[in-house]
Structure formats: C-alpha cells, structure tokens
Design a protein around this ligand. Sequence first.
Ligand code: PGA
Length: 251
Amino acid sequence: MLSTKLVVGNWKMHGRLSDNAALLAAIAAGLPPGDAVRVGVCVPFPYLAQAQAVLAATPIQWGAQDVSAHLQGAYTGEVSASMAAEFGATFALIGHSERRTCHAECDDAVAAKTLRALDAGLTPVVCVGETDAQREAGLTEAVVGAQLRAVLAALSAEQVARIVVAYEPVWAIGSGKSASVAQAQQVHAFLRSVLAETSAAAAGVALLYGGSVNPDNAAELFGAADIDGGLIGGASLKAADFLAVCAAACA
Ligand code: PGA
C-alpha cells in the first residue's frame, strides 16, 4: 500500500476553455495542504497546453487519456505519447474500457501503448476491468488477470515498476453503482498478486480503483488495504466533489 495516495481525474470528452480554467483554478486553490495526496487530471488532448499553463506552478500533475500505439507517421487523427510529453504530461490513461469497447482496443494494443507511454517518459495508468456479465459468470479474475498479464508480458521489470494500474469494473463506470469495498479490495489483492509474480518491486505498483467514486464512498474505498487511490470520472468535473475525494485520500 502506498503511503501517499494518488487521485487522478479523468475528464473524458468534457470541457471548454473557460470552464476548464475555473475548474483547474478551484482545484488548485482547494487542494489539501502539503503532500498528503498526489493529484492529477487527465484532460482531452487539446487542453494539455492549458493544463500545463495553469498547473505548472501547482503540485497538480496532468495527463492524456490515450496515446497512439505508433511512434509517429501516417496515422491521421492519432496523438503520440511524445507529443503529450512535450506538453508536460505526467500520466497517460491506457486501455480505458471506453477505448477497449468503442475503439476495439485489444490487449496487444494496450501493451503497445503502455510501452510508447513509458518510452516517452509518461506514467501509463493501465486500466483493467470486467463487465457485468463477466462478473456474473465468475470470470472477474480471469478477465482482469489476462488484461494485466498481457501488459506485464511486454515490459521489463524496471518498466513494470513505473506503471500505475487502475481497476475499473465496467459496470461501475458512470453508473452511480460503485463496487463495494469488499469487491474492490478482493480484485486489488488479486492484481497485487499478479504484479508480484513479475518482481518484488512490481508489488509496490500503485493500484487505483475507479468506477463511481464520489465524496460519499471515497474514504471507505481508500481505506482498503490494497487501494492506493482512485481514477475519478464524473466527480472530477466538479471542483467541490473532486476536492472532497482528494481530501478523503488524505485520511
Ligand atoms: P466514473 O468514471 O467515476 O464517472 O464512474 C471513472 C472512469 O471511467 O475512469
């Protein structure tokens, strides 16, 4: 378990320059003092420059929500990891379930994107999670284990130590129906054991929980033994809610 928790906002496809400025300023102003919690926001690509300009003088880090599996070249519409890095990004979400579902991202693509992010000096936040049907069928560990192992198999031990893993049950994302603490902890403990198979250092990789985290359930979730923080969607778009989640991570 990390001593300092990590809370990362995932804005998804939300934002406007004026709204972003107000949101980022409010978060920066209300952040818990000191280094009691590490905070990041993953913004749409066009807003990386704005995040850099507004947050550079604050402890808040920023990142992208995806990167290309390719280094550069004729890939119209894609954005490379090194481009995000040029705007000072720290994080890149990789393999979010919305990417896996809407853009047919397979485990191989997720592994390739993780490598591109690492090569560019970014911290990949590798997302794994099962659907409702998979959980009902008793396949949760098989699904998230396969998703994580596909990434680990492509990385060296040194690289594994530089990733963050986010467990996001697909049924909990944006549904208002978070996993219970017991459900989340059980999967986190399993993911921790899968990481530990690769190296001792890997067992220390930060494991975030994501899926309907809000000010009411954050403290309880973050209190679980293997939950090192959260990946926050809807609640990251309202300064008061995001700050309350960050405060819960300091408890
Ligand atoms: P949510 O989204 O907090 O709105 O459920 C989490 C995510 O998709 O990262």
